[in-house]
Design a protein around this ligand. Structure first.
Ligand code: F6R
Length: 590
């Protein structure tokens, strides 16, 4: 997962790299480091901890030099310690490299390199500077050395290298991991994500697999896999810096929860004809399989329900990490819909590649417009919720749901009707978010010492129970389980005892009466009932009152208080909800 940055230009590199790394911390935050070239030497500082902590201890921003690279890490190979943090260097401290990805053949490479080189870390990355070192010792330029190094690497990578032999230059390459380059008036940048470019970058370009990039005082150049220069189209960069700052909120998570009324309306900026065409694709497909991970998978489960209920089209949802075990059933008559906020989740990418190999048609539903997934899929729907920085997905979830509503209703020629309903829901959401905060914060304070939470619901809201539980686990580290309410009595009820919170999503619809029966079973065992409902019942110990909406749209209004509950419980437990331990926003490992 990890984020990488490079800068060459007229300005001091360190503050610029530091600023960009701050925007990449969603990709990893267990260690951070930077290397710059100053007075013909490499200065490298790295340590464990959040970027800000590493800076406080090591003064990253004061590093001298106008050429530099930086890294934020999410450990895969090698524990979290200073040696394993990036940048990694060659034997003579002449070359430094930052890397995002996994070098699959690193054991073989390490074994071979160890005969001639001193490797000090446990990482896969460390082979790269030594491979470059070998090439440069043969007299190759930095870029040719990078090209030759990539020819020996298997796996996924996006990396940037600097060398004291070429002090005003950065060379890099990518395969299956993201890397983009940007041109500013002051210099040239490379980063894992275009969100991380500073405001002065106005144009950016993608790097194709097999290409090598060279950033120097003259700008950015590209070499193809044979080392021949190639022309590249630069695109205008249109990201507002407001979208990536906290805008006065304590955390991105709260900001992103609060943005949902507006972002939901952005999900409706779609082309109706395109949706009609996609609806036909879904209806015509012999079978439809939706694949996704985590929160996106719960959106897919709501989608499955909608396809079945609204459009009478049955489909299955397969979690992407399990997709290849079902690949035998995928064929040219299958439509595979992949749902991913980041569009770079390795499991999802792998599933889509498998599906393509089998001849299936692929449709991706993504947030990041320039993501790898969007670029490999046959067709794409953009959910348009803007940058989601908090690791916990919130606004992307509701926008994914909106897209599933549009698809389901397109299949029955009710696209416009769905747009109108979703617009109404967005106003509903606004009142709900602003009206609930205080009450949910109180409930969180009362229940913050509990060890387990259970979330129950029926029908279309079952996926919302699962999503509520996932949100709570990831940001507050409290164990939680979400399940269909009817399943409670088949085992889990054994765990309900005095004081255990049971969050019951029971809208006033066809599930209400049966939900009350299941709630009564939990209450009889001492469960503390948090009822998320538009209809009061004295059985609730706490009632989170939601607005009444047409029953099929309840997921959009029931999920929001669950996001708020997770957020406030994380705060009560003194955890930073934006940076949960062990997690990262883009999960680019399998
Ligand atoms: C939970 C969360 C994760 C992601 C999952 C898939 O809040 O964010 O469960 O939903 O890692 O990520 P994407 O949607 O980027 O493929």
């Amino acid at each position: 997962m990890c984020g990488i940055v490079g800068y060459v230009g007229k300005e001091e590199a360190a503050p610029l790299i530091y600023g960009s790394l701050g925007k990449l911390e969603y990709r990893g935050y267990d260690s951070a480091g930077m290397a710059c070239i100053a007075n013909g030497s490499i200065v490298c500082k790295k340590d464990i901890g959040l970027l800000e902590e590493v800076d406080r201890r090591n003064h990253l921003v004061d590093m001298p030099g106008k050429t530099g690279i930086g890294h934020v890490r999410w450990a895969t190979h090698g524990s979290v310690n200073q040696t394993n943090a990036h940048p990694h260097r060659d034997c003579k401290n002449k070359i430094a490299v930052v890397h995002n990805g996994i070098i699959e053949n690193y054991k073989e490479l390490r074994a071979a390199l160890s005969l001639r080189h001193k490797l000090v870390s446990e990482t896969d990355t460390e082979v790269i500077p030594h491979l470059i070192e070998e090439e440069m010792e043969k007299g190759e330029s930095l870029e040719t050395a990078v090209l030759h190094a990539t020819q020996q690497l298997k796996g996924s990578y996006a990396f940037l290298a600097i060398s004291t032999e070429a002090p005003g230059k950065i060379a890099g390459a990518r395969k299956d991991s993201p890397l983009v380059v940007g041109l500013g008036e002051d210099g040239s940048y490379a980063t894992s994500d275009s969100y991380a470019f500073p405001a002065q970058v106005r144009q950016y370009a993608f790097i194709d697999e097999g290409e090598v990039i060279v950033l120097d005082q003259g700008g950015i150049s590209f070499l193809d896999s044979s080392g021949t220069p190639r022309q590249k189209e630069f695109l205008p960069l249109k990201i507002s810096s407001d979208a990536v700052d906290k805008a006065g909120y304590d955390h991105y998570m709260l900001k992103e929860i609060s943005e949902q009324p507006e972002t939901l309306r952005c999900s409706l900026i779609q082309d109706k004809n395109y949706f009609t065409e996609l609806a036909m694709d879904i209806l015509r497909a012999k079978q439809v399989v939706i694949t996704a991970c985590g929160t996106s998978r719960f959106a897919a489960l709501v989608g499955r329900y909608l396809f079945s209920k609204v459009s009478k089209k049955f489909c299955d949802v397969i979690m992407s990490s399990e997709f290849h075990y079902f690949a035998d059933s995928v064929d040219a008559a299958t439509l595979v819909i992949a749902v991913s906020q980041s569009g770079e989740t390795a499991d999802v990418m792998e599933g889509v590649k498998r599906a393509k190999e089998k001849g299936a048609t692929t449709l991706s539903i993504v947030n990041r417009p320039d993501s790898l997934l969007a670029r490999i899929s046959d067709k794409v729907i953009h959910i348009n919720c803007g940058p989601e920085i908090s690791v916990a997905a919130t606004k992307s979830f509701t926008n994914q749901l909106a897209v599933f509503y549009l698809l389901a209703y397109s299949m029955v020629n009710k696209y416009d009707w769905a747009v109108e309903r979703l617009r109404d829901i967005s106003y509903n959401m606004f009142y709900s978010i602003n009206g609930h905060g205080h009450q949910i914060k109180n409930i969180a304070e009362i229940l913050a010492d509990r060890k387990d939470f259970y979330y129950i619901a029926r029908g279309i809201n079952y996926a919302i129970a699962s999503e509520g539980a996932l949100k709570l686990k990831e940001v507050s580290y409290i164990h939680a389980e979400g399940m269909p309410a009817g399943e409670l009595k088949h085992g889990t009820l054994a765990l309900i005892e005095k004081g255990v919170p049971v969050v019951a999503i029971c809208p006033n619809d066809y599930t209400f009466d049966e939900m009350l029966n299941n709630i009564a079973e939990a209450k009889a065992r001492g469960g503390v009932i948090i009822g998320v409902s538009d209809r009061f019942d004295p059985i609730y110990d706490h009632w989170i009152k939601i607005n009444q909406v047409e029953e099929i749209f309840y997921p959009l209004v029931t999920v929001v208080p669950l996001q708020q509950l997770a957020y406030y419980l994380a705060r009560c437990c003194q955890h930073n909800p934006d940076k949960p331990r062990n997690l990262a926003k883009s999960v680019t490992v399998k």
